[in-house]
Design a protein around this ligand. Sequence first.
Ligand SMILES: Cc1ncc(COP(=O)(O)O)c(C=O)c1O
Length: 427
Amino acid sequence: MANAYQSMSTAELDACIAQLESEAEAIRAKNLSLDMARGKPSVEQTDLSRPMLDLVSSDMCLVDEGAPADNYGVPDGLPSARRLAAELLGVDPANVIVNGSSSLNLMHDLVANAYTQGIAGCEPWCRQEEVKFLCPSPGYDRHFAVTQRFGITNVPIPMREDGPDMDEVERLVQGDASVKGIWCVPKYANPTGITYSDEVVRRFAALKPAAPDFRIFWDNAYVVHDLAEEGDELLNIFDALEEAGATNLVYEFSSTAKITFPSSGMAFVTASPDDMAAIRAAFALERVSPEKISQLAHVRFLHDAQGVRAHMAKHAAILRPRFALVQSKLEEGLGDLGIATWTNPRGGYFVSFDGPKGSAKAIVSLMSSLGVTLTGAGATWPYGNDPLDTNIRIAPTFPSLDDLGSALDVFVVAAKLVSARLARAER
Ligand SMILES: Cc1ncc(COP(=O)(O)O)c(C=O)c1O
């Protein structure tokens, strides 16, 4: 169906472009410097966790259930930190390692370990002829960057409303032994915000990979990051594996990055007992033991899953108006034009926007010239190559409400101008 610009007469369209160009010039004259690029918590959000900093001090006991936080040892992490992580993911604490502050770092470690040492006694990936990773797209650019860095072939997989295209996933995983992994963000996916349906989770658990060293990298980064009071329910992948009688298939990751302080939180990984034994052995060579003083502060502050949920409700109260503003500005500015669609997520950190074919790079570049930084167009696809050049990731969490409103006003003008110019170029 033709959009509003395609339906205009050429004279009307030219007048409309001239009007939008003058609006853009007026914006340029303001010399704005706004950022809607990365999914970072706002200052109000990180302030919520400042009291945690008072819970570890020089006069306090630095022992957690007999485990010292102030010395080497306890390589899997403090007992109460492992329990907290296990409760959040719904798994057995015995199968959890809490290590470092970045889950992305743990994912990188496990790709590196598979690459140099191999998984489950198989040849290391570096000695195999070709190694492929499936990349549901749009997806998280930093995932794709990790596998790209190791020379692994990133294969885009279409994303649907209920998760990745599972027909395609099954066809490739079960039919091609060079497919060694898949990147998944199963809850409030980055950037579409969708949560995988129970059926999709069950189909993942029922995969019969052609490669014995295939693993699902299940990055549950947004496990407790609900915006709505009633969050999405994600079926527990380890329950689904048990139901399917499967094991040694999933590495699950998460962290407190967007619960407390990004880069100063705790990251965790869980997998089957066999896989955990291999992960433990790999980590043992990489570090003597993890950073446990931070873990101690976290468990004293958050206590348990209920404590985390209460804390996340405070985050949600800060974030809800920002996400609502994105919806209202886009709806008011673009709703009638038929040029774009966007997601309205119930949690997570992003809104995924799709403009007309061939528009995304032009919108991002025009936005940059008008003083607003967005995530690079194409970043949500392997190799930065969005085949239709439509997708833009909007990250509304970090700017103040005022700044976000101004950035979205600019976005509306940029999306309209680029779409109108595309319609003109088609004539
Ligand atoms: C899906 C996803 N995974 C991981 C991360 C990074 O987490 P961490 O800080 O624990 O490395 C992010 C950050 O935006 C993310 O969106």
